[in-house]
Design a protein around this ligand. Structure first.
Ligand SMILES: [Zn+2]
Length: 376
């Protein structure tokens, strides 16, 4: 549930840290419930102002704790060879953005478990600080902050260990199933069933809480339940799509492109007779059998219209073009298109232009496959 939008906080260990705007909701709620709920009740002698300040400090340190949890995931991922570009903190905690699925069940297990373990380690550290301070008679405000953080981190660790995918515990479960059945897609399916079940249990407990009068707690559980349900579904779908594209080759998905242009053609003719007619923004430049490059409308538009008559296609075309081969896996082409920033890439075999493959082709293929499956 990314609400879109947020800002960049900075970089740690080369990983970009982002904060989604929705995260401010949780920051506000945590600060509010600590400053006006828990602290005045537990430490009335500290007074309203001090309790408010302590609430803010605890919230900030809670934020740092959540960040440490995500960084632990990221560093372990990097050690396993999975690139992590950024971490986004949002409404329900954080998410480290993986560029790919983990390479093995063992790697996934380590990457998943290290997050909750770091939260539990933080719980122990804050707990010891609170205990030591209490013992030494160091100020009550210090005890208030550290003991609260010990409790929050403890529950953060425990909640994330619940075995519903895509929670960390669900990833651990997926890694274990994957280890035994050697099938990532099916392991993900079972782990997301566990995620659905866990989501349903949270909603049922939430409704029960509502009925017996725990309004805020109940609503919170229901919200987390729905979020988890949606996350389980969409995470499974992602793996499913990747798996289906793993089975197909570029030549099964690509579109033939009849319209090609020659390098000696004038840009004026290119625009009048080819761009407008083909409704495409880029066309292959072919001489004989060989593809020389791609000519793009945006490059043509850089030149004033009065020059179009004298300019030739070869003057404005791009020669260094990322291409895919027809026997390449569709999943690899999908990744290449996403990284290229283009909406389609040329399919080329031994310098011969065969057609284009676009994100549209890929989604059309997936839809068709789904229809076939349903009608069977
Ligand atoms: Zn985690």
């Amino acid at each position: 549930m990314f609400f879109g939008g947020g800002f960049r906080l900075g970089k740690i260990f080369g990983i970009e840290i982002n904060i989604d705007y929705s995260w401010f909701i949780i920051f506000f709620l945590v600060t509010w419930s600590l400053a006006f709920g828990l602290f005045p009740f537990a430490f009335p002698q500290l007074g309203v102002t001090l309790n408010f300040i302590l609430g803010v400090i605890t919230s900030v340190l809670f934020f740092v704790s959540a960040l440490i949890h995500e960084i632990a995931h990221s560093l372990m991922a990097r050690a396993s060879g999975v690139a992590i570009n950024k971490i986004t903190l949002f409404l329900f905690g954080g998410a480290a953005q993986l560029t790919d699925e983990p390479p093995s069940a063992g790697a996934e297990f380590k990457m998943a478990i290290v997050g909750p373990l770091s939260s539990l380690a933080l719980a122990i550290i804050f707990g010891l600080l609170a205990f030591g301070a209490n013992f030494q008679n160091i100020g009550l405000p210090f005890v208030a902050v550290t003991s609260t953080l010990a409790v929050i981190n403890f529950w953060l660790g425990i909640f994330n260990l619940l075995p519903g995918y895509p929670l960390d515990g669900g990833r651990v479960l997926r890694a274990i199933i994957w280890h035994y059945n050697k099938n990532l897609e099916r392991a993900t399916r079972y782990a997301s069933y566990a995620g659905d079940l866990l989501a349903a249990i949270l909603v049922v407990i939430g409704v029960y809480e509502l009925i017996v009068g725990g309004f805020v707690g109940g609503l919170w559980l229901i919200l987390i339940g729905f979020f988890l349900f949606q996350a389980a579904e969409s995470s499974y779908r992602q793996v499913k799509v990747r798996e289906e594209l793993e089975e197909a080759e570029v030549k099964d998905l690509m579109s033939d492109q009849a319209i090609q242009v020659s390098p000696a053609m004038s840009v004026e003719e290119l625009v009048n007779n080819y761009f407008w007619r083909s409704k495409s923004r880029s066309l292959p430049v072919v001489e004989g059998e060989e593809m020389l490059g791609i000519v793009k409308l945006e490059d043509v538009e850089k030149h004033p219209q009065r020059n179009w008559q004298d300019l030739k296609v070869q003057d404005v075309m791009v020669r260094e073009v990322q291409e895919v081969s027809p026997s390449e896996k569709a999943s690899a082409a999908f990744r290449k298109i996403n990284h290229s920033g283009e909406d389609r890439l040329p399919v080329v075999k031994e310098k011969r232009f065969l057609g284009f493959i676009s994100l549209n082709d890929i989604s059309y293929y997936l839809t068709l496959k789904k229809k076939k499956r349903l009608s069977r």
